[in-house]
Design a binder for this molecule. Structure first.
Ligand code: GLA
Length: 704
């Protein structure tokens, strides 16, 4: 089939299959957000306007229904101070609409223009070593700059005035991938004011930080350093909280401008990067002020460095956990606003995903609760720092090989969108991921073998295999909706948090506290009570000592037999109704014969303390025991190695999204006759080739 004919055939197909008939005038009535948004980053300011229609037509032919524009366009929107050029953006939004695509506008605050950084150098970011960034890249602004907040506000005001009622604009992305904090003078002064507002007096700060240690005692607020090096634990934790509050304030400045001016139907989000797990700041706090949270899914270690277990291909377990982490920040569905079409350009080896892997990656995200998948980027940029990056069309605007995969996924998204609308993953299990605890352990891991993210992923894998969904939430979130809450590495436990968790148990919840829990208070100081600190009375036991292990230690008991590895805590049972469910065997004289895990009925629920990292086999067995004891619904569709099964529920139906990342074709038995959403018809088995995808639905009696 010749290229032009193929293109016309695809174009014709797009009009039929994508749900939105192209609208020659662009919508006059507000366009609804498609039930499953499928789009791409597009930079109209980087291309001749005469080429826009061809690009948009090809996006349409691939089944895309959304474009995201503007997040790096400040120099095109305000070429000189006070001279605003927004017409081109309005024409781009209208052009997209004519092709049936809705628009997400990014505020351009990740890239202040050269005239601005020249006239107002104080807005430039200063690195921790004191070097002030120069113009020429991005993220060169200081989040602490008051002047920059004013300049951002002025720009966002104008964008909001111009596009806040535009029927084709469905959402706003604040900035782009919040990343670096700044160590400039203004930020330092802001930090000192923040501390004074929090502590009230230096006496209070010195007391809570224990600054008599090494004569750190501060007599002036200005003496307090901003540092990420080895420093006072209280200082380090407060600095992270300050950075979080500063990003939140930076974001609120723009949210307030938008909320005043834009139609409430236009949602506000931001696209968090850093492979999801980045902990420069507390991402749940950032998400709290947004309508929907988004993240940018790249492979992470897959492309960074093969020695970091990176394979250059999707790790569906870690990817799924990250989706669930993002979903947990608001406990609702989320958007993936960037996904690589095949490959990136920043990997140690920027290998391409396998044929079919990009489509499977997109569906895998949807299964975990993504209601939007967008690619970065649409077309190879002719110049700039990312010329080699994966795209859907090349520099000539012509499709590249992965484009056909995008077309297939596009037609599938359009078909499945209405079925998935109103559904979300529903979990009875929550894993706790707490930023304060993560930072406290990061500041002094005590053992380089203690990889708290890997430990959390190990807990996640064991629980996910036993059930069909696991939420990952911070302790601030609503825990009452869960039957089982599991908290590995919950290092910082305040009396207030302890009270909430104990209440959860007394009301009937099952709480498992994992290694290193309850060691610190909210000033990152050691709790006076032995671990788990203020939760020790509820647990009915305590940690006599913690140990970083060089050799594994045997454990056995009602939970089974196996090994403690990497980390072990010697427990003491204090309450008569606390049961020892794992005990250390011979080998380590500090541990031999002592409890390794205890459980205790409390009120209507059960609280468990497991002070050791367990070997994988025993971990799986124990997680299954927790799931059964808490009466958590078991996985209905069994997932073989490499086959990922996700379930979304809502509107009286359940939808399974099954993706096969194994190297073999797989046949998965279903729990009964289900509608095959992608190919039609009814089936009781899903037969998947490698990177195969099945989307299966049926009505649910319970409605959930
Ligand atoms: C990040 C940024 C994008 C682009 C991609 C490249 O996610 O948000 O602008 O640089 O990385 O992978």
């Amino acid at each position: 089939m010749s290229k032009p004919f193929l293109f016309l055939a695809l174009l014709a197909g797009a009009f039929v299959s994508t749900g939105f008939a192209a609208d020659p005038r662009g919508a006059t009535e507000p366009r609804p957000i498609p039930p499953l948004m499928y789009g791409s980053a597009w930079y109209p300011e980087q291309w001749p306007e005469a080429e826009w229609d061809a690009d948009l037509a090809r996006m349409r032919a691939a089944g895309l229904n959304m474009v995201r524009i503007g997040e790096f366009a400040w120099s095109s929107l305000e070429p000189s101070e006070g001279r605003y050029e927004l017409d081109w953006m309005e024409r781009a939004v209208a052009a997209a609409a004519r092709h049936g695509l809705v628009t997400i506008i990014g505020t351009p605050t990740d890239t202040p223009p050269a005239w601005m950084t020249t006239k107002y150098p104080e807005i430039l970011r200063v690195a921790e070593d004191g070097a002030r960034l120069q113009h020429g890249s991005r993220r060169h602004f200081s989040i602490g700059s008051e002047k920059y907040r004013v300049l951002c506000r002025e720009m966002v005001d104008r964008l909001a005035d111009r596009f806040g009622r535009n029927p084709n604009v469905v959402a706003w992305q604040i900035g782009n991938e919040y990343t670096e904090d700044s160590f400039d003078r203004e930020s330092r002064e802001r930090f000192h004011r923040w501390l004074e507002a929090k502590y009230g007096s230096l006496d209070a700060l010195n007391t809570r930080w224990g600054t008599a240690y090494w004569s750190q005692t501060y007599t002036e607020w200005s003496q307090i350093p901003m540092t990420t090096g080895r420093a006072n634990p209280g200082l380090l934790l407060e600095y992270k909280r300050f950075v979080t509050d500063t990003w939140r304030d930076f974001q609120r400045n723009q949210i307030e401008a938008l909320r005043r001016r834009v139609d409430p139907r236009q949602l506000i989000t931001t696209n968090l990067g850093g492979l999801g797990w980045a902990n420069r700041f507390n991402r749940q706090h950032i998400a709290a002020d947004l309508d929907v949270i988004s993240w940018d899914e790249y492979l992470g270690s897959g492309w960074f460095d093969k020695t970091k277990n990176g394979t250059g291909h999707l790790d569906p377990l870690r990817s799924g956990a990250t989706h669930d982490l993002v979903r947990g920040w608001k406990q609702k569905n989320f958007w993936v606003l960037e996904m690589p079409p095949g490959f990136v350009d920043w990997g140690s080896v920027s290998n391409s995903l396998d044929r079919g892997e990009t489509r499977a990656m997109a569906w895998h995200a949807v299964g975990h609760g993504a209601d939007c998948v967008a690619f970065w980027q649409w077309r190879s940029a002719l110049n700039g720092q990312e010329q080699y990056h994966g795209s859907l069309v090349g520099p000539d605007g012509e499709p590249v090989p992965v484009y056909e995969e995008a077309v297939q996924a596009g037609a599938e998204f359009t078909r499945a969108g209405p079925v998935l609308a109103g559904t979300e993953p529903v979990s009875e299990v929550a894993l706790i991921h707490d930023y304060d605890s993560r930072w406290a352990i990061d500041f002094n891991p005590f053992s380089q073998r203690y990889d708290q993210m890997q430990i959390l992923i190990d807990y996640y894998r064991s629980l996910r295999e036993a059930t069909q969904a696991v939420d990952i939430v911070t302790p601030e979130m609503d825990l009452a909706r869960y039957k089982l809450v599991v908290a590995p590495s919950l290092n910082v436990v305040s009396p207030a948090l302890a009270g909430r968790l104990a209440d959860f148990v007394r009301a009937g919840g099952h709480l498992v506290l994992g290694p290193r829990s309850g060691m610190k208070n909210e000033s990152n100081a050691l709790n006076r009570e032995r671990q788990p600190g203020p939760l020790a009375p509820a647990v009915g036991g305590r940690v006599e000592q913690f140990y970083a292990l060089l050799e594994d230690a045997p454990v056995s008991g009602p939970w089974g037999t196996g090994k403690a590895t990497v980390w072990a805590e010697r427990l003491d049972r204090l309450a008569p109704d606390a049961e020892v469910v794992l005990r250390f065997g011979a080998g380590n004289d500090w541990l031999a014969g002592h409890p390794a895990a205890i459980r205790r009925p409390l009120g209507k629920g059960v609280i468990t303390y497991l002070g050791s990292v367990l070997d994988d086999t025993l971990m799986r067995r124990v997680a299954l025991a927790w799931v059964k004891e808490a009466d958590v619904a078991s996985a209905v569709v069994s997932a073989r190695a490499g086959v990922k099964v996700s379930r979304r529920v809502g509107g009286g139906r359940e939808v399974y999204v099954i993706t096969n990342f194994s190297t073999q074709a797989q046949e998965i038995s279903l729990p009964g006759a289900m509608t095959d959403v992608l190919s039609g018809g009814s089936t009781t088995v899903a037969r998947l080739p490698r990177y195969g995808v099945a989307v299966l639905s049926r009505e649910t009696s319970s409605g959930k």
